[in-house]
Structure formats: C-alpha cells, structure tokens
Design a protein around this ligand. Structure first.
Ligand SMILES: Nc1ncnc2c1ncn2[C@@H]1O[C@H](COP(=O)(O)OP(=O)(O)OP(=O)(O)O)[C@@H](O)[C@H]1O
Ligand SMILES: [Mg+2]
Length: 315
C-alpha cells in the first residue's frame, strides 16, 4: 500500500492497469479470505435496529444564518449523519467556505470520539484525507469541527446512479489505500470505510477521492506517544473492549470485535467498498463471486479478470 501504483492523472497504460488491479484485489482478497475463514462465527455482526444515543436538541432551519464564535456563518445543511449534522458555512476570517460538522449525540463517549476525530484530523496532512481547520463549541456548548469544504459528491451518491467504471474504482482504490497507509503509519485505524465516507472531488482536471469521518477511528500507541511528547497526556486513556464490534455492520468482517483494531480491518473494509462500487452489491450479498461475473458489463480487462478469479476461488 505504501507505493502508489502510478502517478495520478497520467494515461492508463498496461503497467498501470496491472498495478491498480493488484491494489484492488489485494484489498478484496484479504477481505474474502477473512470472510471465508470465519463465516460461521457466532459474533457475525448483523444489521439490526440502529443504536440510539441521547442527542442534543436537533438543529434545523433555525441554525441557518447563525454565526459561530464570530467566525463561521452557517449557509445551509449539507447532510445529516448518524452522529453529526454537517453544514456549509462561510469562514469570515479566511474568506472561504468550510463544512461545519456539529455533534448530534451528546453522550460522553460521543464527545470523546468527536474530540479524537478532531485531534487526528488536525495532525494528519494527506491529499486524500479531509483537513480539519478548527474545533469549537456553539453558544450552547455543542461541539463542532470546522473542516475544509469538499465540493463534490459521496461515492454512495455516485453509486446510486449505477456501478462505477472499473478504472475510476481503481483510481479511488489507489488514493484511499494511500490515505489509509498514512493513517496506519501513525497508529490510526479508520474502522468505517464505506462509500458514504469517501467524497469524490475534482482538482484542476483530475478527480481526487477524500476520506472523511474519523468518528469511529481507533488510536494506537504510536499516535498517543507522539502526542504525549508534545502535550500533557490525559489521565484516562480509552481502550475498546473486545466483544464489541465497532463500525457499520454490513461492511464489517465477521471477526470484528474479536480482536484489537488493526490495519487488516481497514483493508477488508476498503475491499468490500471497492467491490460494491464496481457491482452495487456487497461481496457477502454477491456470494463472493468475481466482479466481472456480477457485473459483466463492467469491461474489466483480461488480466484483472484472471487475477480476480484466482483470488475469489476458495483455497
Ligand atoms: N468536509 C465535508 N465537505 C462536504 N460534505 C461533507 C464533509 N464532511 C461530511 N460531509 C457530508 O456529511 C455527511 C456526514 O458526515 P460524516 O460521515 O462525517 O458524519 P457522521 O455523522 O459521522 O456520519 P455517519 O452517518 O457515517 O455516522 C457525509 O456523508 C457527507 O455527505
Ligand atoms: Mg459518515
């Protein structure tokens, strides 16, 4: 994952095709193998009723026009996620648009995760990871993160129009794999890779995929150590308990919750996400069939098909 398969924006050549195929299928094959190995696990996470959190008084139209801390003027709502509202706002100091992610859930755990999300995003610089600009509170003490505004659409919005062309999926795969590599290098596991959490934007004449939503990220020792060397460490450090799977159930591997968060979890999630972008189905629902069987009109090249057929066959 450390190497980029090719320079972005360059025409695809044969080598590029092979390298991109490897990135995608390396991701997917890890996922498929893990899934096959543990298919009967009693702890297989299932979609069920969504957990409920105590939430702040919901903000709506009344929030439009608000001025946060004398700086961010709320323009309109962009989205309402499970944990947060996201608004478009004008940053009056820097004279540019920003996205304001306002926490909805008000439990202590939600507060802790939100602060961790702000801390990670404020310490990571990567072209394919959304940048945090500020962390603050509304007049009612509701926390928010000001993020760079990503002008584009989520990959799930694109997926609603049909499967994405395989070249585009390969490019998204390379970019998000690179973003994950940067997170893993500093001890952060994302844990919630899915089409909703990838925004497709454009930079000049090329597309750039941006990873968002570090709200469920697990932070490991290297990140803590680096932060402790710079700032006074917090008294209590949180550790996720085993037996509790964290993430979006449909995307998680069956072993989630049985072992500590580790980079392979993100590799699995990325594999499942790329498969879904190519086929509109999660691999579990497609019976783990190779992509070109599920989506014959996808026109994947011969070598990618061979590679995928080899990787998908049980060992
Ligand atoms: N920086 C941004 N620029 C533009 N839109 C954004 C930005 N960040 C988030 N969004 C939009 O807001 C939605 C929700 O954001 P995010 O996933 O961070 O919130 P969440 O509440 O943690 O989500 P979830 O529903 O996954 O729990 C995204 O899917 C995207 O549509
Ligand atoms: Mg999200």
């Amino acid at each position: 994952m450390a190497e980029r398969g090719m320079k972005r924006g360059r025409a695809w050549d044969e080598t590029g095709v092979k390298k991109a195929g490897k990135v995608i299928w390396r991701s997917f094959s890890f996922g498929a193998v893990a899934l096959l190995a543990t298919m009967d696990s009693p702890l297989t996470p299932r979609s069920g009723p969504k957990p409920t959190w105590p939430i702040y008084k919901e903000v709506g139209a009344d929030f439009i026009g608000e001025l946060l801390e004398g700086r961010y003027k709320i323009v309109r709502r962009l989205a309402k996620g499970g944990m947060a509202h996201v608004f478009l706002a004008k940053d009056l100091a820097r004279k540019c648009y920003v996205a304001i992610k306002l926490l909805r859930a008000c439990s202590p755990e939600a507060h802790r995760r939100f602060a961790v999300e702000a801390e990670i995003l404020s310490n990571i610089r990567h072209e394919n990871i959304v940048r945090a600009i500020a962390f603050g509170h509304t007049a009612d003490e509701q926390p928010y993160i000001a993020l760079e505004h990503l002008d584009g659409e989520t990959s799930s919005q694109r997926l609603a129009l049909g499967p994405l062309p395989w070249r585009e999926v390969a490019e998204i795969g390379i970019q998000i794999a690179d973003a994950l590599h940067a997170l893993h290098r500093v001890g952060v596991i994302h844990r919630d890779i899915k089409p909703d959490n990838i925004i497709l934007t454009r930079d000049a004449d090329r597309s750039v995929a941006k990873l968002i939503d570090l709200g469920l990220a697990s932070v490991g020792v290297p990140f803590h150590e680096a932060q402790d060397a710079r700032f006074t460490p917090p008294v209590i450090r949180h550790k996720t308990q085993l037996g509790r799977a964290i993430g979006t159930p449909d995307y998680l591997p069956p072993e989630a919750g049985l072992c500590d968060a580790n980079p392979l979890l993100d590799v699995y999630l990325l594999g499942a996400t790329l498969y879904q972008l190519c086929t509109q189905l999660l691999p579990k629902l497609a019976g783990l069939r190779p992509i070109h069987e599920v989506n014959p009109s996808g026109e994947a090249p011969e070598d990618l098909r061979d590679f995928s057929a080899r990787r998908s066959s049980p060992r």
